[in-house]
Write a protein that binds this ligand. Structure first.
Ligand code: AMP
Length: 565
């Protein structure tokens, strides 16, 4: 029989608050960790990932034990990122809203250290910190650890992944005897075992019972597409799901920025979140995302740590991660607080094995889906518009005022005509884009396999709105191979890695696709270029490399546009 929060032994002020915020019963990790931390003095290793309720699992017993009259830190919680620190501090402040005088202070890099020193000097009970900053404060003698009773290492595996190993060693070694250590980690790599062995005394290990299972309310799906179609597939899914609120995960900072730029160019409310942004920029982006001013965040795994937004509908894996654990972390950003979420991976044929590995680690199959067709996008948008009309609140005063004019103007038109025109106006951008749009065929139906990393498809060129097809006057006859061609392009342009899409090596020439924004740069860079003493030139490919079907699509779109003018 599962225990209630009251039966776990928490104080009345905390129970009242939990009731207010709607925590009805403890999650599995809370059910185990709370009584353990409250009732024993021993160390603890808890295997629990984000979304299991781990913050409250350590936060509630800490709050329960704090002596508010002692104004020196009694608990230190270490976490890998500033975002996570702020989130933990916010949660603790919320849980302790009814505990008078309780103070939580968060300290992290990238913010003014003097302000943090002042806050510490003013007295605090719980410090939430990133390892680097707390070590700095410790070395300057600005933080008093003599009263620390409990040290929590939150997302310990992630702190190690982020290179905090030496910092953790120093911190663990400098906290006085008499404290206990509780380590929370999603995974149990060798390094965590080492910390357990070296710095913890006979720790008890607990596991959140659902650690090897996907959260029940997340649907795991994937599309099998060519690398060069990944963006188009993402875009269609977004367009097919009006009201979508989600995170798109990419592997690199550069990939993250690129996808965000494409989305912004296509008029989505999207922004990038990665480590190249300043702290102020990241805060601003996160603020907008939380407020709902952005519907899409494109993020690296590291930058997205600690993001706790409850109503996300979708998580996209634009690049599939290597580890099942990372996949689980990402997916756990959706399907929170009892809501349903969808986690969609955009997979190329060469990533199939990685997909299987992730499925094994997840203990569940991911469902293969087809990219929505143009017709499905249009239908979903239309139905969403019908819903909006049906649910719209009518401001009768305003309408009454203008009704005579409206009526006079519209009187001569019949009802059906008005409705059709109204919907066409609202709907025209989708109609233009998707009417007659060819399906994004899944990679398997191309009957080809060899694709490599991001944007590096080795398959035949097909239509893409976001890519330009260029032609270079060297081909197989010149012993050009795909790696050779990539090398020539990257060297000639001299701006590092250019994300080349599909490539066709022909006998006398080759064609390749690049995101539109790179086309001009490449055309300019190749002016007067030479390869082994031979002049090489790049031009825009005839028909932009389009097949007959795609040309028909483009012509149809033009026709539709002319018709609407
Ligand atoms: P965490 O694993 O700490 O990131 O928590 C994941 C989410 O679950 C957060 O939004 C918490 O507010 C929420 N949560 C934690 N414990 C409970 C509980 N016992 N009942 C309902 N929601 C909870």
């Amino acid at each position: 029989m599962e225990k209630t929060f009251a039966e776990l032994g928490l104080k009345a002020e905390i129970l009242e608050r939990l009731n207010e915020i709607g925590y009805e019963k403890p999650t599995p990790v809370q059910g185990q960790a709370i009584p353990y931390i409250l009732d024993s003095d021993k160390d603890l290793i808890a295997l629990a990932h984000t979304g299991t309720g781990k913050t409250a699992a350590f936060g509630l017993p800490i709050l329960n034990k704090v002596d508010v009259n002692v104004k020196t830190p009694q608990a230190l919680i270490l976490s890998p990122t500033r975002e996570l620190c702020l989130q933990i501090a916010k949660d603790l402040e919320s849980y302790s809203a009814k505990m008078r005088g309780l103070r939580v202070t968060s300290v992290y890099g990238g913010a003014n250290i003097s302000t943090q020193i002042r806050e510490l000097r003013n007295g605090t009970h719980i410090v939430v910190a990133t390892p680097g900053r707390i070590l700095d404060l410790l070395n300057r003698g600005k933080v008093d650890f003599t009263q620390i009773k409990i040290l929590v290492l939150d997302e310990a595996d992630e702190m190690l992944n982020m290179g905090f190993k030496d910092d953790l060693d120093s911190i663990l070694a400098s906290i006085p005897e008499g404290k206990r250590t509780c380590l929370f980690s999603a995974t149990m790599p060798e390094e965590i075992r080492r910390i357990g062995k070296n710095y913890m005394v006979d720790p008890e290990t607990i596991r959140a019972s659902n650690i090897n299972k996907p959260t029940g309310n997340i649907k795991h799906q994937y599309y099998l597409v060519r690398a060069s179609d990944r963006y188009a597939a993402l875009k269609r899914t977004i367009d097919s799901n009006p009201g979508l609120y989600g995170i798109v995960f990419c592997r690199t900072k550069r990939g993250t920025q690129e996808v965000a730029d494409w989305l912004v160019k296509d008029k989505y409310r999207a922004e990038a979140l990665h480590g190249d942004l300043s702290q102020a920029q990241r805060d601003y982006v996160m603020h907008k995302f939380r407020q709902g001013a952005l519907s899409l965040l494109v993020a690296t795994d590291v930058a997205a740590r600690g993001i706790d937004v409850n109503s996300l509908t979708h998580v996209f894996h634009f690049d599939l991660p290597d580890e099942g654990e990372t996949y689980r972390h990402r997916s756990g950003r959706t399907g929170r607080a009892g809501k349903e979420g969808i986690s969609i991976s955009l997979i190329t044929p060469s990533e199939h094995r990685k997909l299987k590995k992730i499925e094994r680690s997840l203990g569940a199959r991911m469902e293969r889906m087809e990219v929505p067709t143009g017709e499905e996008v249009c239908q979903n948008q239309l139905l969403a518009l019908v819903d909006r009309v049906q649910n719209a609140e009518v401001d009768t005063n305003l309408i009454q005022e203008f009704w005579p004019i409206l009526k006079e103007r519209l009187e001569t038109m019949d009802f059906e005509d008005v409705i059709q025109r109204f919907f066409s106006l609202e709907f025209q951008s989708y109609l233009r884009e998707y009417k007659d749009a060819p399906d994004i065929r899944t990679a398997k139906s191309y009957g080809e396999g060899r694709e490599s990393s991001y944007g590096d498809s080795r398959s035949r060129i097909t239509q893409s709105r976001d890519q330009q097809t260029l032609e270079i006057n060297i081909g197989r006859r010149d012993k050009i191979t795909v790696p050779k061609l990539l090398e020539i392009i990257n060297k000639t342009v001299g701006r590092g890695h250019i994300p080349i899409g599909a490539i066709d090596l022909l006998r006398n020439q080759s064609r390749f696709q690049v995101p539109n924004k790179y086309a001009d740069l490449i055309l300019r860079s190749f002016k007067g270029a030479e390869h082994h003493g031979r002049s090489i030139s790049v031009t825009i490919a005839e028909n932009n490399g389009r097949s007959t079907q795609q040309r028909r699509y483009r012509d149809n779109r033009r026709k539709t546009e002319r018709y609407r003018k």
